[in-house]
Design a protein around this ligand. Structure first.
Ligand SMILES: Nc1ncnc2c1ncn2[C@@H]1O[C@H](COP(=O)(O)OP(=O)(O)OP(=O)(O)O)[C@@H](O)[C@H]1O
Ligand SMILES: [Mg+2]
Length: 259
């Protein structure tokens, strides 16, 4: 089966008048269709850069990225993006913050309205469709951002530390909900996170990067059942094993290669 995403020997260097920064070096991994892959690694190791490459917002200095076998050469409609901050438009209602995605892409109004209704239903926002962003909690704002990113039914959802600003309990609730959204929509997800527990609970595979320039230190397969009750998962042997391994890898990756 052709992978949904292939990152093939990718390196990125940023050059300015003053310096050249090597951000990623020879990074290779795959994401299966409908897969859920998390990327973890020390600050500055190139995680956000990697998401931008997959989205086609940035070109690699070497290597290639492919989406269902086709090289990524520019931005494409198969991608939805969720950032750390929800970045909602304060003067638009929840519904209109979601439908803006359709307006920007010139999608048929009726299709957009139906998709927005379905996504709000899926994420428990239906009763808040006409609320303004300032009336929402942080978790709800991030739900709106997820709905907005999924409106045009992209095959891939890229998420850059989407829950980093939330308190621990809200974050757990969002994790449970994201698994639900992932299973219901069949979207392939690539998530950047600093949370080891989040990476293991959510993913079927975790890519660990070294300190800059980011290289793949390890790819961990997570052997947890598809249906993951939060507390049962936290108590499971596999969860304990994989979080311990990840913490050890992240601890040692800080001593990674610098140049
Ligand atoms: N447009 C750019 N021009 C020059 N250097 C850049 C650019 N974007 C990123 N970098 C550099 O590339 C490296 C990787 O940056 P990136 O934002 O991908 O890291 P990150 O892993 O997402 O970090 P964090 O966990 O702090 O978000 C950093 O050293 C950063 O300074
Ligand atoms: Mg980043």
């Amino acid at each position: 089966m052709t992978p949904e995403i292939e990152v093939d020997n990718v390196s990125v260097r940023f050059s300015s008048k003053h310096a050249t920064t090597s951000a990623l070096r020879d990074v290779t991994f795959e994401v299966a269709p409908k897969g859920f892959v998390s990327i973890v690694g020390p600050s500055g190791c190139g995680k956000s850069t990697l998401l931008k490459l997959i989205a086609g917002l940035l070109r690699p200095s070497a290597g290639e990225l492919r989406l269902r076998g086709t090289p990524v050469t520019s931005t494409h409609r198969e991608i939805g993006f969720v950032f750390q901050k929800a970045a909602l438009l304060e003067w638009r209602t929840v519904r209109r913050n979601i439908t803006i995605q359709g307006e920007m892409r010139d999608l048929p109004k009726r299709e957009v309205a139906t998709a927005a209704d379905e996504l709000m239903e899926l994420t428990g926002l239906t009763d808040f469709a006409d609320a303004m962003p300032h009336e929402l909690s942080g978790g709800m704002q991030q739900r709106v951002a997820v709905c907005r990113a999924l409106l045009h039914k992209p095959s891939v959802l890229l998420m850059d530390e989407p829950f980093g600003a939330l308190d621990a309990l809200t974050r757990e609730a969002m994790n449970v909900e994201l698994r639900h959204v992932w299973r219901q929509t069949g979207t392939t997800i690539v998530l950047v996170t600093h949370s080891v527990a989040e990476a293991v609970y959510l993913s079927d595979r975790v890519v660990v990067l070294t300190a800059r320039p980011g290289r793949v230190a390890e790819v961990l397969d997570i052997d947890l059942p598809v249906h993951r009750d939060y507390s049962d998962t936290m108590r499971s042997d596999e969860f304990g094993k994989k979080t311990t391994t990840l913490r050890a890898l992240l601890g040692s990756s800080h001593a990674g290669n610098h140049d």
